[in-house]
Write a protein that binds this ligand. Structure first.
Ligand SMILES: Cc1ncc(C[n+]2csc(CCOP(=O)(O)OP(=O)(O)O)c2C)c(N)n1
Ligand code: SF4
Length: 350
């Protein structure tokens, strides 16, 4: 069996602004179970990066351990990659980002990786507002270790082995909002139309962007009684709005009836367009997002879409006032301030 993709390219495959086809954003052939939601997320990441015309060498993908954390092998084969230790993706990304602020950071994790062993790391990367996209591929179980219940398994949800969960789940979108996350969204692996614009907007956001993607595990948690099965999620999704992403410097030509859209302009000039937003939903209000999540939970629904965005946040580099250059690009002149400067610093302490 080979895990390499054939090199054939359709001669008329669409080409993006930098002359690349979607193929240039693919990775190795997936070894996940056929039908696994995680593969659909990889495909949405490929499409989003192709459409954003990202230079593959400008992106670094990082992950922890799990079926979800294996997926960076299956997309962006020409980008930088680091598969770390279970639950430790946030600290590895923090180190990489501080060393090189010029790359786009894309972290992939699972619900086990993020909400159990990695919960402490998750909390701190959120409050530091690290400039990254954090995708949690949420199947409500530990897929890689054969389907045990996880911390995001819904109350009274039953897995394939017949085990019913009696513990309160942890909702990481809710937690991220409370900890000060500056971009929070939820989506479903089976809804590429919603997921692709959310990924594009999250990559364009300067600061910590979190997307909780419900991603059914077909092997261990797709049975009747599971609240993370394809059928259950499809029947219980309720979106804050339909999302469209308009890149910077693109003329907005489509017109909608007034009151049916809400535009959110990000710091780089790109626009997240919310079509038919729910009544009174304000994507720039943390309070509105938390209330909407609680209301949806009480109705037994899963709230998806863009939940919250802060369009002008300060990220970790702003707060630490770091040099606006990758550390390996600093030369002796910038690293060594010279005797007179050192003398002045020493004198200031006398
Ligand atoms: C320190 C440590 N503890 C436990 C494990 C075993 N382990 C591997 S993956 C995993 C959980 C995976 O679940 P999740 O993050 O939800 O990913 P999924 O496989 O469901 O995509 C566990 C407990 C490990 N690899 N390392
Ligand atoms: S075990 Fe579940 S999560 Fe892992 S690859 Fe198979 S379907 Fe996906």
């Amino acid at each position: 069996m080979t895990f390499l993709r054939p090199n054939f390219r359709h001669p008329e495959a669409p080409i993006n602004r930098i002359g690349k086809t979607e193929k240039d954003y693919e990775g190795s052939l997936s070894t996940l179970c056929a039908g696994c939601g995680h593969d659909s997320i990889s495909s949405a990441i490929v499409q989003a990066c192709f459409e954003l015309a990202i230079e593959p060498h400008r992106l670094a993908k990082l992950s922890g351990i799990g079926c979800s954390s294996k997926t960076p092998t299956y997309f962006l084969g020409k980008s930088h990659g680091f598969n770390s230790v279970h639950g430790r993706m946030p600290s590895i990304t923090t180190g990489a980002n501080l060393a090189n602020c010029d790359l786009i950071y894309l972290g992939v994790s699972g619900d086990g990786d993020s909400a159990s062993i990695g919960l402490g790391q998750f909390a701190h990367v959120v409050r530091r507002n690290l400039n990254m996209l954090y995708v949690m591929e949420n199947n409500g179980c530990y897929g890689l270790t054969k389907g045990q219940i996880s911390a995001t398994t819904d109350l009274e949800s039953k897995n394939k082995a017949g085990v019913v969960n009696h513990f309160s789940p942890i909702d990481l979108t809710n937690l991220a909002l409370q900890l000060g996350a500056t971009f929070v969204a939820r989506s479903f692996s089976g809804d590429k139309e919603q997921l692709v614009p959310l990924i594009k907007a999250a990559i364009s956001h300067r600061g910590f962007a979190f997307i909780d993607v419900i991603s059914p595990c077909v092997t261990f948690n797709n049975n009747p009684g599971s609240k993370k099965s394809y059928v259950f999620v499809r029947e219980h999704c309720d979106a804050t709005a339909t999302v469209d992403y308009v890149p910077m410097a693109t003329e907005i030509t489509t017109h909608y009836e007034s009151g049916t859209t809400q535009d959110v302009t990000l710091h780089d000039g790109s626009v997240i367009r919310l079509l038919k937003p729910k009544e009174n939903y304000q994507a720039n209000s943390r309070r509105s997002a938390l209330r909407a999540l609680k209301d949806a939970e009480e109705r037994g629904e899963i709230l998806t879409g863009l939940l919250y965005v802060d369009t002008d946040p300060s990220d970790l580099h702003d707060n630490l006032q770091t040099v606006p250059k990758p550390l390996n690009g600093l030369n002796e002149d910038s690293l060594c301030p010279g005797n007179s400067t050192l003398q002045a610093i020493n004198d200031s302490f006398r």
